[in-house]
Write a protein that binds this ligand. Structure first.
Ligand SMILES: [Mn+2]
Length: 237
């Protein structure tokens, strides 16, 4: 049976001005191509209904989006911080906790990676160009990139290494990145300038990537192994 995978919604406002749960189709179509059935979990401030939703699905996808409220890692906002939505952070962290309690697989992309890291006690560079002096690469490309922008060097022994080997080219559309690593995480890939680009949990089936594999999937199947291995892991044994 195809596993049902929750795409955790993001807050937005539609063209009529109504608050909206928003999920770019690149995420759901990537899950479909990898053999999964995506369902979107709408934003809510009533966290009491989330356990019932978490029980319905076999895996979770945390997508890209806006910045994380730096109050979660006890820092004042940098002048370079973008928009934040504390209620969105709390909603997504509540679902993350439920996924971890249930030991269900989770794939985190871009903001998702930052959210998991912060929820596990880590911190972020709020803005790479102004806070991470060693960074020499342009991590925030001006427009959505379906092509690749820079390389990553992958840690031997990691799940990512088993899929892709020691090095690959990925896209880059992020101005934040992991600073202090969250508890229970291992770094699995870095850009050549040292920026953390991927991590995995030491004991739980959680993988974090800072790039946008779902956008690369719109052009070719180079990232299909990442989505396929995630969907395979979600199948009920
Ligand atoms: Mn990057």
């Amino acid at each position: 049976m195809k596993p049902i995978i929750a795409v955790i919604g993001h807050t937005d406002v539609n063209s009529f001005g109504s608050p909206t749960t928003s999920t770019p189709l690149a995420y759901t179509s990537s899950i479909e191509k990898a053999g999964g059935v995506p369902v979107i979990i709408p934003f809510t401030e009533d966290h009491s209904i989330l356990p019932a939703m978490a029980d319905l699905v076999q895996g979770f996808l945390l997508t890209g989006g806006i910045d994380i409220d730096p109050g979660f890692y006890n820092e004042p906002p940098s002048s370079k911080l973008w928009a934040v939505d504390k209620a969105l952070d709390l909603f997504q962290m509540a679902l993350l906790e439920l996924a971890m309690e249930r030991k269900k697989p989770l794939l985190a992309i871009c903001r998702g990676t930052q959210l998991v890291n912060v929820a596990l006690g880590g911190s972020l560079f709020q803005d790479i160009p102004s806070q991470f002096e060693a960074s020499t690469l342009k991590h925030m490309q001006d427009k959505i990139s379906f092509d690749t922008d820079h390389a990553v060097e992958i840690e031997p022994g990691s799940r990512l290494h088993a899929l892709f080997g020691p090095r690959m080219e990925i896209n880059s559309r992020h101005h934040q990145s992991i600073k202090q690593l969250g508890q229970g995480l291992d770094i699995t890939a870095r850009a050549p300038d040292g920026v953390v680009e991927a991590a995995q949990h030491q004991t739980l089936p959680m993988d974090l990537v800072q790039w946008h594999p779902e956008l690369m999937m719109q052009k070719n199947n180079d990232m299909l192994p990442l989505f396929k291995s995630f969907v395979e892991r979600c199948k009920i044994k």
